[in-house]
Design a protein around this ligand. Structure first.
Ligand SMILES: [Zn+2]
Ligand SMILES: [Zn+2]
Length: 244
């Protein structure tokens, strides 16, 4: 009998705009019995590398990932060795990822509140020889605030015959695992092979109102702390270099 496991392929930490430390994320993932997490901070792999190092103390395997802000929208890149720069066109980012043997999953394609592929998914990711050869689509993102965004992603992924993945888009440890990708096997390599074969399923439940409230209040507190620091910093005047 095949054993299926859960992987959360979309998790942020304090290394980008998340509110939890790598240790808190790992502890929670271990606590809820999640086998695999990909740390996918915005445009950095520093937190993912720290997580991979720390994971030895937990029953969790960590995939080094990055949510790359491409010029065409957010792209989850999994199994990275080197960080990819933001701001490049999607096809360039996809090619650079594949050169490293990494996989590219389109993040929240129909979330129009943040930069997303949108209709480009239909235009450039379809057919046998697509212009943007992605490896899968995030058809369930637990953080999406409006109904229909995930449903549309799921129906387009089905139409394009692209593997359907799920992630939490956690920005606080308590939401880790709310969205997940189910795959046969139990290791990160099993997940990788399953995505390549298209043998994955997406699942989960949306963030609850309390999760949005918690993240909003943490953001507000962080903003206030930043403002307080700015106010208490001494004002320095720079000389123009001109002499009278
Ligand atoms: Zn995103
Ligand atoms: Zn994200």
């Amino acid at each position: 009998m095949t054993i299926w496991s859960k992987a959360d392929i979309h998790v942020h930490t304090r290394y980008s705009d998340g509110h939890s430390s790598v240790a808190q994320v790992l502890e929670h993932a271990d606590h809820i019995g999640l086998r695999i997490i990909a740390i996918t901070d915005h445009d950095t792999i520093a937190g993912a590398i720290e997580a991979q190092r720390m994971a030895r103390g937990f029953d969790v395997e960590v995939i080094v990932g990055e949510e790359v802000s491409t010029a065409d929208g957010h792209l989850l890149v999994l199994f990275l060795e080197r960080a990819l720069p933001p701001g490049r066109p999607a096809p360039e980012t996809i090619a650079a990822a594949h050169e490293q043997g990494a996989l590219c999953i389109v993040a929240h394609p129909f979330d129009w509140l943040v930069p997303s592929f949108g209709a480009s998914l239909l235009r450039y990711c379809s057919g046998d020889n697509p212009a943007w050869p992605v490896d899968g689509v995030e058809v369930f993102n637990a953080s999406l605030p409006l109904p229909g965004m995930n449903e549309r992603a799921a129906s387009v992924a089905t139409a394009l015959e692209l593997p359907a993945c799920g992630g939490s888009d956690a920005h606080h440890f308590s939401t880790v695992g709310l969205g997940y990708t189910l795959f046969p096997g139990s290791t990160a390599d099993d997940l990788r092979q399953a995505i390549l074969r298209g043998d994955v399923r997406a699942g989960g439940r949306a963030w609850a109102a309390g999760h949005y409230a918690a993240v909003a209040s943490l953001r507000a507190r962080r903003g206030l702390a930043r403002a307080a620091r700015a106010v208490t910093q001494p004002i320095s005047f720079r000389s123009t270099g001109r002499s009278r």
